[in-house]
Design a protein around this ligand. Structure first.
Ligand code: SF4
Length: 432
């Protein structure tokens, strides 16, 4: 069986690029180097949507790509304020076309960051991001802190490839040369491995971060005996570990971005890292979930000046999360049609937003069936990026990597489908 090496796994923000696959009869038969969920995706264990479909009389009927694309374009061109949402599980080449389509339509475009690391993106705009690459962490870090993140269960290879367990140039002993600290509201499987586990009361991360900043800056005397459920001694112990580290890194997840005070938590965490620069080398990095959620924020920033939640209704890009994010326009019942690409908001958005999404004309582009395809009016299956189509994706440390095409596919790519929809919309609007 031919072996393809240096394959990039198209599942989570780790974008592991050390995978080998064996291909036979145009199918991936064997995968080496991936974690369990990455292996399952590469082996194609999930069921597929086999044909484009249009809903009529409450039932789907199969149709050609041409018919589905024309119907999708008609829906979007007729809308006064369409929402274009998802984008985190497809490649940057599709993002580029999707953002142009949103501009032509005068719609709102947003990606899944608005319900995961949107607060991170906002905080970075406020206070910057003292960060590094995952390669630097692997080769140099001797103190690894996971805050509100559980990589053992959510990013299967993260510790083995890039952090605590990995063997690096200056850390040849792997975890023997590093310390692991976990801060979380419960003792996760990652926390069970930690040298120091700090259990924070839910929604008290901001207080704990502020207390750590005070201690690091020499004001331990003003800190009470307990902050956010954490005894002062433990906070002092962690502050000392941070100051004495040669190279420390805070990886933070949705346990921090989505706990109370959201982007203010991240601003505190980033400011703590900046404070630590007075003592040692430190960095901070978000644990991005979907494999190319970072890529959409990059492409959207190049093209519009803003990373997500961009509204083109005024004829130019307008950005105001809280007003222009996907759930904002759905919960206010503002959008009158939606295009969902590579995402499943019906499974993750609040019930009222999902009820409204089910009422408006809805187009979904996705390789896989999900709750959102169930409520769609037009479903267009696409080739699976990173398996059936190549393209560019950004790792969680903003390093771009090229996804490979491993097998041939009968399905159109996301980029091709979006280009065809854009072409039809331009014709309907008399712009082509
Ligand atoms: S950690 Fe993420 S990118 Fe790496 S193999 Fe697992 S699912 Fe794929």
């Amino acid at each position: 069986m031919p072996t393809i090496t240096d394959v990039v796994c198209p599942l989570c923000g780790c974008l592991c690029d050390n995978i080998s696959v064996e291909v036979e009869d145009n199918a991936v038969k064997k995968v080496s180097g991936a974690c369990a969920v990455g292996r399952a995706k590469l082996l194609g264990h999930e069921s597929r949507i086999r044909s484009p479909m249009i809903k009529e009389g409450g039932e789907f009927r199969e149709c050609s790509y041409e018919e589905a694309i024309r119907r999708a374009a008609e829906i979007l061109a007729a809308a006064r304020r369409p929402l274009l949402y998802g984008w985190s599980s497809t490649v940057c080449e599709a993002h580029k076309v999707g953002i142009l389509l949103a501009e032509v339509l005068g719609g709102v475009i947003d990606n899944t960051a608005s319900v995961c690391h949107g607060p991170t993106v906002q905080a970075v705009q406020g206070v910057g991001l003292p960060t590094c690459t995952l390669g630097e962490v692997k080769n140099r870090a001797d103190l690894i802190i996971y805050w509100g993140a559980n990589p053992v269960e959510a990013h299967g290879n993260h510790m083995r490839r890039y952090s605590y367990i990995s063997k690096g140039w200056f850390r040849p002993g792997g975890k023997k040369d590093r310390k692991l600290v976990v801060v979380d509201v419960r003792e996760t499987r990652t926390a069970k491995m930690a040298d120091l586990f700090i259990k924070v009361e839910p929604n008290k991360d901001y207080l704990v971060l502020a207390a750590l900043r005070a201690i690091v800056n020499g004001f331990a005397d003003v800190i009470p005996d307990e902050v956010g459920g954490v005894p002062k001694e433990k906070l002092v112990e962690l502050a000392e570990m941070m100051k004495k580290a040669q190279f420390g890194i805070i990886f933070f997840g949705m346990g921090l971005t989505q706990s109370r005070y959201k982007h203010n938590n991240i601003e505190q965490a980033i400011s703590l890292v900046r404070d630590l620069y007075a003592f040692t080398k430190f960095a901070i990095m978000p644990m991005r979930g979907h494999y190319n959620v970072t890529g959409f924020n990059q492409v959207c920033t190049w093209q519009t000046g803003f990373p997500f939640a961009v509204d083109f209704a005024r004829g130019y890009a307008w950005y105001n999360p809280g007003e222009t994010a996907a759930n904002d326009v759905l919960s206010r019942k503002e959008c009158d049609a939606a295009l969902i690409v590579a995402s499943d908001p019906a499974a993750h958005f609040p019930a009222e937003s999902v009820k409204y999404l089910a009422k408006i004309p809805l187009v979904v582009i996705d390789p896989y069936p999900n709750l959102t395809t169930e409520i769609a009016d037009v479903v267009i299956p696409s080739a699976i990026s990173g398996i059936e189509a190549e393209g560019t994706a950004y790792r969680m440390d903003k390093v771009p990597l090229r996804l490979k095409k491993l097998v041939d596919s009968e399905f159109m790519t996301d980029e091709e489908i979006l280009e065809r929809i854009l072409d039809e919309v331009l014709k309907i609007k008399g712009l082509r």
